[in-house]
Design a protein around this ligand. Sequence first.
Ligand SMILES: [Fe+2]
Length: 290
Amino acid sequence: MAIALNPVVHGFFDVATWTVTYVVYDHEGGACAILDSVLDYDPKSGRTSTTSADQVIAFVAQKNLRVQWILETHAHADHLSAAAYLKSKLGGQTAIGNHITAVQSVFKGIFNLEMSFKDDGSQFDRLLQPDETFAIGDLVAKVMYVPGHTPACVAYQIGDAVFVGDTLFMPDVGSARCDFPGGCAKTLYASVRKILSLPAQTRLFMCHDYPPTEREIRFETTVAEQRAHNIHLHDGIDEAQFVRMRTERDATLAMPVLILPAVQINIRAGVFPPKDDNGVSYLKIPLNAL
Ligand SMILES: [Fe+2]
């Protein structure tokens, strides 16, 4: 009989962007994956820093872990990825879902990126196919293709743990928005049903938490808890109800503060744009484009 491996999961919550970075591993001294890392960014000054990523590096050192993978669930719009920085310090392969090419293509147009920018995903070491499996030391990870929030979103199923990316949030928060380029509420509904068809005790790890004022930050729940209590997607809410709610709600949401800088960095796997001839790397702000 197959033995389900239950990975050790350590989450780091970034208070500036409400994002959770995870380190996933089987045992101390073994291999690990880092998911959805954060490069700190101050939009007022345009300055980046590595305080958040350095906490992850310190943890990896403390547990004597070997970084095998630096994974993204999608091209985030609310924080910059530290994937390139972490790779330079720790090694490992960067990876994201193969549909990132569609996102790169859209934003290459929106930002009118340099001709040499390739929308073929080659900025990442690996593009992961739906249902592809890969090893993290003794752990087996499986790619779940879960589009809706973006057309390229994936979740990672590692033993009894699933890193859901921006699909579900904690039960009292609900679900991710679906109004970015290529987003689709109907598609997200189908993706979430796929996640919620997993065994009831499957541990689900959120990519964000935006807690109501009366509760502490939480980012771990279960399939059973989501099916019973998710305010947008509990059992019994049908596709049409969800799509209506999500569409109405998305129409009220402002763009994330960091969407313009974040996307430009994240579709490059965390690498800064090529420097201008003065040696400075610039981000663009397209006027009236989003
Ligand atoms: Fe997102």
